[in-house]
Design a binder for this molecule. Structure first.
Ligand code: NAD
Length: 459
């Protein structure tokens, strides 16, 4: 093992206390260069292995996640803040999604076979993939790109967010017994490490999950070497609730899809458009859910909602709350963050809010959600689509066909009916408009970690 040369460290804060509880090494340029060189060296042999062989390695990775679920979940809760049950779900989900993706086969396609020619389309791996992840779900959001890269024959360098590096580093350590040297490196570091990865000539693709603003920088930097990019960015998902629903019955589902991980989910519901006939009843049912939700440290088994993950995000959400108050909107539940320690913020339901306020226009990424009134479905659709975001959305109704025809007009990567936030290994996920480029999961996602190659034979 070569000595590391960077002398930088990351201090990791427990968001439930606001205190530093651990520190870990931050990689510098030298460590990145070494990891890239090792990944390039390991690439030919890894690429030469069969899909079947790499599938069994992914299965072993899934088994490692399962075997270490409790230990990884506890570390994840300590650094990320979410309740332990949600951390356990995240680890388990990473395992099942990975296994599910490695079941997909990528076969050559015969495009033409006639007397004169045989033309075939096949796919080959790109080389070294740089994977950059955010702080809201570090393991689940690493698992998709990691499996896609490694299963399709690439090698990978994974960089977690400086706010949540520990669980990913721990996973990297555990995976040393699964993948040969050089095939996977986990490097923790600050934002500058991400920048170096996106500009590095030895990296062939970047899979980035994070904010729209950073996604644009990633794309600009990747252009220097024409790296392939998959960008999974922010969202401002609308749920359109039609006049024929039972507000009491759907409120718990809407509440869960809005407030899971304290709203820090790319595809959480971030705006609820409710028909005027059920508006008041739905607002009240959502407020009742918010009032009874228990918030506290993620390590406390009673907690349903943990803190906001970091101070910067906590302050942003506070700013949005102040803007909401100033706008004259009605705060039906929550709205009074407790005094410290920790970045706790109660689930907050807002009614009668101006469409142009920050809470409606921006991605709040926190536990505060507006409920907006509509009379005419066309108007609801126009307002739902009136945004540069286009990650996902949903329509809720007793009439599935009617809801599906409205959902089909949402300008998003995924439109759900009577559900929100349902994804799976075989279904592509990603954003329209500024919510991203490309898709993760499914055969579509896997192929984006490969280059198509046509072989055309003149007979
Ligand atoms: P962020 O963009 O601030 O950071 C994400 C990662 O990028 C971190 O690892 C960070 O260190 C790195 N980074 C920062 N600057 C960089 C640069 N110039 N070049 C390369 N890398 C750089 O995002 P965040 O605040 O950690 O995460 C929250 C955002 O992520 C929200 O907008 C959320 O909606 C989005 N998100 C999207 C999805 C999706 O699948 N579409 C999933 C989860 C989160």
């Amino acid at each position: 093992m070569t000595e590391r040369v960077s002398h930088e460290w990351l201090e990791v804060i427990n968001p439930a206390t606001g205190e530093v509880f651990a520190r870990c090494p931050a990689a510098g340029r030298v460590e990145l260069d070494r990891a890239v060189a090792a990944a390039r060296d390991a690439f030919p042999a890894w690429r030469a292995r069969s899909f079947e062989d790499r599938r069994s390695a992914i299965r072993r990775m899934a088994q490692v996640l399962r075997d270490h679920q409790a230990e990884l979940a506890e570390l994840l809760t300590l650094e990320q803040g979410k309740p332990l049950t949600q951390s356990r779900d995240e680890i388990m989900r990473a395992a099942t999604q990975s296994e599910g993706m490695a079941q997909i086969s990528i076969e050559p396609e015969v495009l033409l076979d006639d007397a004169a020619r045989h033309i075939e389309l096949s796919y080959f791996p790109l080389g070294v993939v740089g994977i950059i992840t955010p702080w809201n779900a570090p393991i689940n959001l690493a698992a998709g790109p990691l499996t896609s890269a490694l299963y399709t024959g690439n090698t990978a360098i994974l960089k977690p967010s400086p706010y949540t590096p520990l669980t990913t580093l721990k996973l990297g350590e555990l995976l040393r017994e699964v993948f040969p040297p050089g095939v996977l490196a986990v490097l923790a570091g600050g934002d500058e490490l991400g920048e170096w990865m996106t500009g590095h000539p030895g990296v062939d693709k970047i899979s980035f999950t994070g904010s729209v603003a950073t996604g644009k920088k990633v794309m600009a930097s990747a252009a220097g070497t024409l790296k392939r990019v998959t960008l999974e960015l922010g969202g401002n998902d609308a749920a359109i609730v039609l006049d024929d629903v039972d507000p009491a019955a759907i409120a718990p589902k809407l509440f869960a899809a809005s407030f899971v991980n304290s709203g820090q989910v790319c595809m959480a519901i971030k705006r609820i458009y409710a028909h005027e006939r059920i508006y008041d009843a739905l607002c009240e049912a959502l407020a009742a859910q918010a009032r009874k939700a228990r918030i506290g440290s993620g390590l406390d088994p009673e907690s349903e909602l943990g803190p906001i993950q970091n101070q910067e995000q906590y302050r942003r959400v506070l700013g949005i709350l102040e803007d909401t108050r100033r706008s004259g909107a009605r705060i039906l539940a929550g709205g009074e963050p407790p005094p410290g320690p920790g970045y706790f913020f109660p689930p907050t339901i807002v009614a009668d809010i101006d469409e142009h306020s920050r809470l409606v226009q921006e991605e709040q990424f926190g536990p505060i959600v507006p409920v907006l009134k509509f009379r005419d479905v066309e108007d609801a659709l126009r307002r739902a689509n009136d945004t540069r975001y286009g990650l996902s959305g949903s329509v809720w109704s007793g009439d599935i066909e009617r809801a599906a025809s409205i959902a089909a007009r949402l300008e998003v990567g995924t439109a759900w009916v009577n559900q929100h936030r349902a994804t799976s290994a075989t279904v592509p996920f990603g954003g329209a408009k500024e919510s991203g480029i490309g898709r993760q999961y499914s055969v579509l996602g896997l192929k984006s970690y490969m280059e198509p190659r046509v072989i055309s034979v003149l007979k």
